[in-house]
Design a protein around this ligand. Structure first.
Ligand SMILES: Cc1cc2nc3c(=O)[nH]c(=O)nc-3n(C[C@H](O)[C@H](O)[C@H](O)COP(=O)(O)OP(=O)(O)OC[C@H]3O[C@@H](n4cnc5c(N)ncnc54)[C@H](O)[C@@H]3O)c2cc1C
Length: 369
C-alpha cells in the first residue's frame, strides 16, 4: 500500500485527498495545522470562471476545462456519498463590458468557445436589461453570458470533500502543524522524504503533497528548497435585501469591473472582492493582512454603480483573507519540489483555487500514481 501524506486541507488539499481516495492501493493521510478550509478557502467567493475567462489555450485553459468537466460529477458523487448539500449557483455568469474597444476581444472569444463547444452569448444592453432588470446598463457596451460557468460555496465544498474522503478511508489529523521532515539524501541523487513530523507524531510517507497555500515557504525552507508563495489581500461582504433582485428564475452571478455579485438566495448576496497587494513584495502575513475599510467601500460602491438596488441593502458581514500567489512563476504551482523525488507542490492558486481544485487533484493523482 502506497502511503501518501497531504499537508494542508484547504479546498485544494481536500480535493486531492478525495480524488486519491478513489484510487486502489493508496493510503492517504491529511494533516492541517487548523480545521479544514480555514485558510484562503474560508474567504473565497467560489466563483468559477472558465468559459468566460480569456484563457483559451495552454495549461491555464486546460486546467479550467478539466475542472469544468469534473465539477458536476464531483458534486453529484459527494452529495450522494455524504448526504450533504453543497450550496451552489448554476445559473451562469454574466459579465458586464463597459468598453466598446473590448468588444472585438469578446467576439473573438465567443468564436473560439464556439469551436471548443462552449456557448458564450454577447448581449446588447437592452437584452441585459430584459433578463436582469435590476442591473443598470449606463455605460454598458455589452453583457457576456456563459451558462456553464458557476459558483460553489467553498467551505461547504471543502467539508463535503473531507467527509467524502473520510468515508473512503482517508485519515485526517487537524490542529497538527507540520514542523519537519525525515529525509534521505543519497549521494548524486535527488533526496526523498520518508516521514513527516508534527509536534506529537511522525507519519511515514512514500509521497508527500504540499497543498499548504501561504504555509508553503516555511515548509520548503525546512526542506532547503525555499519556494515563495506570497499573500494578496481580498476583502468581501455579505448583504441582505428585503426584496430579492431581478427575476426569480434568472439569478446568475454578475461581474462588473472585476466585482462579483453572487446571489445566495433569500435576498442574500456576496459582493467582492478587493485585490490588495502588500507593500513591496512582502511575504510577511501580518503586514499583508491589514484591510483598509475604504477599499471594501469602493468595491461596494462599484457594485451599486451597476446594481443600484444594492444601496438599500444591509451589510450583514465583512471579512478578508489572503490569496496564495507564487512569486516569480505562474499560478498555480503543480509540480515536483526541485531536488526531491517524492514531494509535490500543489499550491499558489492565487485567485482561482476553488475553480482549479478539481483539476489540480486530477493532475496530482495522475502524476503520483
Ligand atoms: C476574498 C477572496 C475571494 C476569493 N474568491 C475566489 C473565487 O471567487 N474563486 C476562486 O476560485 N478562488 C477565489 N479565491 C482564491 C481561493 O480562496 C484560493 O485560491 C484557494 O482557497 C486556495 O486554496 P488552498 O487549499 O491552496 O489554500 P488554503 O485554503 O489557504 O489552505 C492551505 C492550508 O494549508 C494549511 N497549512 C499551511 N501550512 C501548514 C503546516 N505547516 N502544517 C499543516 N497545515 C498547514 C493551512 O492551515 C490551510 O488550511 C478568493 C480568495 C479570497 C481571499
Amino acid at each position: 500500500m502506497k502511503q501518501i501524506t497531504i499537508i494542508g486541507c484547504g479546498v485544494v488539499g481536500a480535493a486531492i485527498a478525495y480524488e486519491l481516495s478513489l484510487c486502489p492501493g493508496v493510503q492517504v493521510t491529511v494533516l492541517d495545522r487548523a480545521a479544514p478550509g480555514q485558510g484562503s478557502t474560508a474567504a473565497a467567493l467560489g466563483v468559477a470562471m472558465a468559459v468566460i475567462s480569456h484563457k483559451v489555450k495552454g495549461r491555464n485553459w486546460r486546467l479550467r476545462e478539466q475542472s469544468l468537466h469534473r465539477y458536476p460529477t464531483l458534486i453529484a458523487e459527494l452529495e450522494s456519498l455524504t448526504g450533504q448539500t453543497i450550496q451552489r449557483n448554476t445559473q451562469g455568469i454574466l459579465s458586464l463590458c463597459f468598453d466598446t474597444e473590448e468588444l472585438p476581444r469578446w467576439r473573438s472569444l465567443q468564436q473560439i468557445r464556439q469551436g471548443q463547444g462552449y456557448p458564450l452569448e454577447l448581449l446588447e444592453p437592452e437584452q441585459v436589461r430584459d433578463r436582469c432588470p435590476h442591473l443598470s446598463t449606463d455605460g454598458v457596451a455589452a453583457g457576456i453570458f456563459s451558462s456553464q460557468d458557476f459558483q460553489v460555496n467553498p467551505t461547504g465544498l471543502t467539508q463535503a470533500l473531507v467527509a467524502g474522503a473520510a468515508a473512503n478511508g482517508v485519515e485526517f489529523h487537524f490542529d497538527q502543524p507540520v514542523v519537519g521532515f525525515e529525509k534521505e539524501e543519497p549521494a548524486g541523487e535527488d533526496a526523498f522524504c520518508t516521514a513527516v513530523h508534527t509536534a506529537s507524531q511522525t507519519i511515514a510517507a512514500d509521497a508527500i503533497v504540499l497543498s499548504t497555500g501561504l504555509g508553503t515557504l516555511p515548509l520548503t525552507q525546512t526542506l532547503d528548497r525555499p519556494t515563495a508563495v506570497g499573500p494578496v489581500l481580498g476583502q468581501a461582504l455579505r448583504l441582505h435585501l428585503d426584496t430579492p433582485l431581478g427575476q426569480p428564475d434568472f439569478q446568475p452571478v454578475v461581474n462588473g469591473h472585476d466585482i462579483h455579485l453572487v446571489p445566495l438566495g433569500g435576498g442574500d448576496y456576496w459582493v467582492g472582492a478587493t485585490v490588495e497587494f502588500p507593500p513591496e513584495t512582502t511575504l510577511d502575513m501580518a503586514l499583508a493582512m491589514q484591510p483598509e475599510a475604504e477599499r471594501l467601500e469602493e468595491v461596494l460602491a462599484g457594485a451599486i454603480a451597476y446594481c443600484p438596488s444594492l444601496a438599500a441593502g444591509t451589510v450583514t458581514e465583512r471579512w478578508s483573507g489572503l490569496r496564495p500567489r507564487p512569486q516569480g512563476q505562474a499560478a498555480p504551482m503543480i509540480q515536483p519540489l526541485a531536488g526531491y523525488n517524492n514531494i509535490w507542490l500543489a499550491t499558489g492558486h492565487y485567485r482561482n483555487g476553488v475553480l482549479l481544485a478539481p483539476a489540480t487533484a486530477l493532475a496530482v493523482r495522475d502524476r503520483l500514481l
